[in-house]
Design a binder for this molecule. Sequence first.
Ligand SMILES: [Zn+2]
Length: 835
Amino acid sequence: MIKKLLIILIAVVSASVVFAQKVQSPDEFLGYKLGDQFTPHYRIVDYFKYIAQASKNVKLQQFGTTNEGRPLLAMFIASDENIGRLEEIRHNNLRLAGIESGGAAIANAPVITWLSYNVHGNEPASSEAAMWTLFDLVDPANSTTKTWLKNSVVVIDPCLNPDGRDRYVHFYNSVRGAVPDANPTAREHVEPWPGGRINHYYFDLNRDWAWQAQKETQARVGLFNQWLPEVHVDYHEQGYNAPYYFAPAAEPYHKDITQWQRDFQVTIGKNNAKYFDQNGWMYFTKQEFDLLYPSYGDTYPLYNGSIGMTYEQGGISAGLAVLTRSGDTLTFAQRIAHHHSTGLSTIEITSANAQKLLDEFKKFYNNSRTNPPGEYKTYVIKNDNNNNINALAKMLGRNGIQYGFGLANKSIIGYDYFTGKTEQYSVGPNDMVINAYQSKVVLLHVLLEPKTFIADSNTYDITAWALPYAYGLRAYGVKASLKPANTNQSITKAQQPVNNHAYAYVANWQSVNDVRFLAALLKKHIKVRYSEKPFEAAGKKFAAGSLLIARASNDVPNFDQVVTQIAAQLDETLVPLASGFVDKGSDLGSDVIRYIREPRVMLMAGEGVNAEAMGEVWHLFEQQLGYPITLVKYQDLGRTHLSDFDVVIFPDGHYDDFPSDKLQSWIKDGGKLIALDNAVAELADQKGFALKKKEEKKDDKADAKDKETVKIYGDRDRDAIRSMIPGAIFKLNLDNTHPLGFGLPNYYYSLKLNDDIYELLSNDDGWNVGTIKKNSLVSGFAGAQSKLKINNGLLLGVQSIGRGSVIYMVDDPLFRSFWENGKLLFSNAVFMVGQ
Ligand SMILES: [Zn+2]
């Protein structure tokens, strides 16, 4: 007994000895002063691990891993009293939001402040500031921060984009001289392609919060939604000539952002300003960074009841020192100091208003559940496409949005997103039903409202994203509050039929999942065909594009087993056919049944190519379809054997010295070129490519008015808006009898990011698959001049050249990887066209 007590005593004493020791600052730990050099990510991780050992007031959690294998970390910092009850605090906070039910509120619940650093890899000052801020919070000698922690839990994510950060840091460290060169034209201030801003797949992680296309975002937002902090800061850097930016944000604000959220941005901003004033540092607020697009690190938290903010230090490409326009030398150390200051200032003002923040957080969620924003209290999404519904369900689920299926009352009156009519509709048992009376309704409303309310069109980003258009699913907004009949959040699926001697198997072609299935078959060298026309067999109707996997020419052992296994793994429904003699349409041996060659695909990469656009294609192939793709630098195209490839993809970009002759002869021999976005514009100027840019229609009235009016210098931003499309949804007419339109209805909602439009191709030249008529704007903002321009033209076309083809896709169908239907459209270009 005494021995046992002694052991306990020793344990207690030694623990207190360990913790009473001085905690090393980042400078002491790293062996250099913060700002003297860039800290590689693994050393930041080391410091966080060291603090996790050295301080009893922290808990370090690895919540994920990047594509390149680096850890994603969150450090929780709390008082002696709170650090042992973090789980209790978390559950309590979710109860405040009504996301978890039951249980009395805990006494002295702390407010949660979450600081997110370095989401853009080449904005590196903030991760260094993260170490400093962490040190101040755990330093036993710091009594000020101890006071704040009495009623605060602070969460520090030191680096949201470790792969991007290291790309930048390795670049800089590998080219810097013995002394940093402040001359802005020096090599160390010019990052090579693709730059460190983006993650491994070249995605901008600060455009991905709601969509969660990337694994870093999935992991982080997963953790975020388990906590729902009351305050969230997203740390950035901007061009180095700009002074520091912090809240309050610029207009437009989404109308669902509450007065309290607006007001507290001002409170925080004023506290930050206090320290900047004391130090004589320059800053600005209320400009440039607006609050609309839902996938930012400020708006996403705002739509989740938090005070979400972006802080921006001037510093992109600034290296360790750079000469600014005003003749000052901006150093890395200064940039770090500013971010450190706003971090502490934010924790301070949050702590000073802790109870009010908690009360308002609770109120935000109470209001959500009792008085949801928007006209519609129920959203019904038709299950015309089971895989797309599943994809949508997954996305909603990741955001904590509740949904179910079917209605007791099978008939509704609702607003039809696709026709704009309010009529009576019937609801089936597998149609998705989302009731607005729920905690996450603000986010739900922002993602689902048919038209985003825009107070001022001068926004930083796209102005339309309503999910029914992105997923191509018919949807209705219903004013009555209706509850789903089945709240299981899953659709009951029919059992896979077992058949050991099918003549052929048929699978649908209408979703990314179907493409993934095709990719898996092709990788196993199983021969797949598609039907160019609809047909009926085995008592079922099959649309054009349906996949046929016939026993014929698939002389592989265990053919049935292999095919059904792949289908089962990918949750793909197969229909076995006993005979090639179909009930209606063409038999399986007919020439409308086309054989799908296993395409060898090349993607243009490198200087001149829009890295994000390229990354969308790369990610789709590797992570979503699981199909091989070869990335070739555009500069190396001249010495590449094109005959090794069947498909070459040109993403958005600028292509100087385009090797037109080489590509033309490869296409004539059967090659397929896919051009996207600005690559289409580049091809339109080249010999042999038939596409012609549409001449701009002159608005005579506006022109005359322009001539009469003296241009006002102060209005120049507003004038530029007339010819702007920051991202709006347009409806295209789609020829879905053409393979490029397979699996889609005879229309397609396209997210337009510019006002590019082309003349229709002549019948000799090719096919006008996606065309646009007058008044096709469905949702979002388009300037008056642009609206005039975008009518009667081509947005999706296929030109035949010899045995090959060129596919023109004027808008980027893979933009940020959230336009689900765009992925099918693009896959049609890769796998279906020209077979
Ligand atoms: Zn940034």
